[in-house]
Write a new protein. Structure first.
Length: 172
């Protein structure tokens, strides 16, 4: 049996043994059976793209729940981002609407920014956005967030390091 055939057999067995269970697991967390089907498929696609893992996974359900959990989190984050974006668009005068292409680019940029900042605590993320998007000084941000100036400096350093690391050092 070739390694491709062995990998295919390993993947098929893993899929058949765990697919229904994974869909139920995701559905309990998302309250959406259709979305659970999609996320389960995405989970198995991640595995399909890494054929060397099929036979190395010691605990398939633990691996599947970790990957599926990350996908559920990403999905929730994307929905919140889209809802906030639609609220923003709804608050704009009709003459200021973006073209569909611009909307797609903006949403993509927001998703990238959200991913870059996902490792930060809420206060660190807020401080970073207030400085970078609102153009406030560190002192103004410290005053609004009711923290010390040195805290803002630490938050900004952490945020910039996070962005740099994920942009230039992330391998995936």
């Amino acid at each position: 049996m070739t390694s491709t055939t062995a990998n295919s057999v390993g993947f098929n067995a893993l899929y058949q043994e765990h697919h229904e269970w994974l869909v139920r697991w995701i559905a309990r967390r998302t309250y959406n059976k259709d979305n659970a089907q999609d996320l389960a498929q995405d989970t198995f696609m991640r595995l399909l793209n890494k054929p060397s893992l099929y036979n190395e996974i010691q605990s398939p359900r633990a691996w599947l729940t970790k990957v599926a959990g990350n996908l559920v989190t990403d999905n929730i984050r994307r929905k919140v981002l889209e809802e906030n974006y639609l609220l923003f668009l709804g608050s704009m005068p009709e003459a200021a609407y973006f073209s569909p292409e611009e909307q797609l680019q903006l949403l993509s940029l927001l998703e990238q920014l959200d991913k870059l900042l996902s490792g930060l605590r809420a206060i660190e993320k807020t401080a970073f956005l207030m400085v970078r998007l609102d153009g406030l000084s560190y002192k103004e941000v410290a005053k609004q967030l009711k923290v010390s100036l040195s805290s803002i400096e630490k938050y900004m350093a952490k945020a910039m390091l996070e962005c740099y690391t994920l942009t230039y050092c992330d391998i995936e």
